[in-house]
Write a protein that binds this ligand. Structure first.
Ligand code: FES
Length: 103
């Protein structure tokens, strides 16, 4: 069953930016791509880099440690060295609240 949790106001994460939040003891990364929000784990699958310390480049999350990249929508690897995708979470926007499904 879905369990959507408020994480931020939409204005807190401008387009092209991302921010990390601690929800239920997990670090969740919320990314704004041209006004659409996506949420992923905030830990790189390569060697535990903190993705929120990286950047959004060409619509992808770039890990600051070795330059691995992920698709924020699907979690798929877009650039090595990571071999495994990151977990994604459903997002909904209600009014100006960004909510992440932590089921
Ligand atoms: S820890 Fe992320 S690319 Fe190596």
């Amino acid at each position: 069953m879905a369990k959507f949790v408020n994480v931020a106001k939409t204005s807190a994460i401008p387009p092209g930016e991302m921010k990390s939040f601690s929800i239920d003891g997990k670090r969740i990364l919320v990314v704004n791509l041209a006004g659409t929000f996506f949420a992923t784990q905030d830990v790189c699958t390569h060697d535990n880099g903190t993705l929120s310390d990286g950047e959004v480049i060409d619509g992808e999350i770039e890990c600051p440690r070795h330059g691995g990249r992920f698709d924020p929508q699907t979690g798929a690897v877009r650039a090595l060295p990571p071999m495994f995708p990151i977990k994604t979470f459903a997002v909904q926007v209600i009014g100006d609240d960004v909510q992440v499904n932590m089921e």
